[in-house]
Design a protein around this ligand. Structure first.
Ligand SMILES: Nc1ncnc2c1ncn2[C@@H]1O[C@H](COP(=O)(O)OP(=O)(O)OP(=O)(O)O)[C@@H](O)[C@H]1O
Ligand SMILES: [Mg+2]
Length: 336
């Protein structure tokens, strides 16, 4: 991981640039996806695609223009979650430059306002894009002229997955109430956090300062690292702190069967705050619901097939929460 190229997607504030720094002013974009939402969580089979597809449907039904992007580069199946035939065009066509504009691979889903960019199903190169390909892909996703671009991520903590998570405005973590899933979600969010730190540090040229602070090899929590940096390198510490404030994952508990399961979200948020000194929002929980697998079997999205089912109502409430956050910058430690 140490040698992997970091993604230069952090755009530093012009005033914070040291003289002779290695930054370049970001090019102005004509358009910008108003919000980029990524759905991850580190573990396979926990409901990431279910959440991505149904939040997309709900946001579209509320009049937002939405494009769902199947960014599960190794195991694309979002089209199935939406009940659409495998589209003829996919992300591969864009990654392999068979088309120039990402808009050309957006296909309709049958739901008004909701488009889909289906995943690469057969193309190894697209499943594992090179750095330059990935950067181009992200730039184009960020520039989509929609209210929401929603990225359905793959399992695991591969750098590609982390980078898609980090590029979003809302990094949504799906957690199921099982000890292994709790471990995985912490592993995922820690990996994403440190990737973000490396990214900020490399863009601003603070590598030396960070190495010095972390020099003795002892593990330091993010708050300690920032505090130590502020003491010895005030400018670097303040910049890192400012940049990392944006790192605020949103948590969703899926497949909740008991009241305790639903509470797990609050416990994870509290533990993250206590041990890492960082914020996270709990957006709500989704019941384990027979209607989900029935709708999967019927190849129909839950919100279209069974809108009155408990899991569907919870997904709609989570979409509400996101709209509220986006409308007023509201943050919360739990659903109302
Ligand atoms: N709330 C729920 N209630 C009942 N079953 C569920 C629920 N959420 C998910 N499932 C089941 O889990 C399966 C996996 O869900 P999904 O494909 O969304 O997971 P994923 O995290 O995207 O998996 P992958 O990592 O393979 O992409 C679904 O097909 C469904 O059968
Ligand atoms: Mg999936």
């Amino acid at each position: 991981m140490a040698d992997a190229p970091t993604l230069k997607l952090v755009t530093p504030a012009p005033t914070a640039a040291p003289a002779g720094g290695k930054r370049r002013a970001p090019a102005r974009r004509a358009t910008r996806a108003r919000r980029v939402l990524s759905v991850g969580g580190g573990k396979g089979g926990i409901g990431k695609s279910l959440v991505a597809a149904n939040l997309g449907i709900e946001l579209a039904r509320r009049g937002r223009s939405v494009v769902l992007v199947d960014a599960d580069l190794g195991g694309a199946n979002l089209h199935t979650c939406l009940g659409v035939e495998l589209p003829r065009t996919s992300l591969s066509d864009f990654v392999e430059r068979r088309v120039e504009r990402i808009e050309e691979v957006v296909v309709p889903t049958g739901v008004p306002n909701l488009g889909l960019i289906s995943g690469a199903t057969d193309d190894l190169d697209a499943a594992n894009p090179r750095h330059a390909q990935k950067m181009r892909l992200m730039r184009h996703i960020l520039a989509l002229d929609v209210d929401y671009a929603i990225l359905d991520l793959g399992a695991g903590t591969a750098l590609n997955v982390l980078d898609f998570f980090l590029v979003s405005d809302h990094g949504l973590l799906v957690l199921v109430p099982e000890p292994t899933a709790v471990e995985n979600v912490y592993r995922f969010v820690k990996a994403a956090f440190w990737r973000r730190v490396r990214n900020v540090v490399s863009v601003y040229g603070f590598e030396e300062a960070l190495r010095e602070v972390m020099g003795n090899g002892a593990f330091r929590s993010p708050v300690e690292v920032i505090a130590a940096l502020r003491e010895r390198h005030p400018e670097a510490g303040a910049t890192l702190e400012r940049e990392l404030r944006a790192f605020r994952p949103r948590l969703v508990v899926n497949q909740a069967r008991t009241a305790q399961d639903a509470e797990l979200g609050r416990a994870v948020v509290a533990a993250w705050k206590k041990y890492f000194g960082l914020s996270m929002d709990f957006l709500g929980s989704i019941e384990h619901d027979e209607a989900v697998w029935r709708s999967v079997r019927a190849r129909r999205p839950l919100l279209l097939e069974r809108p009155e089912a408990p899991a569907a109502r919870s997904l709609a409430a989570i979409a509400d929460g996101l709209i509220r956050i986006d409308a007023g910058g509201e943050r919360s430690d739990g659903p109302p």
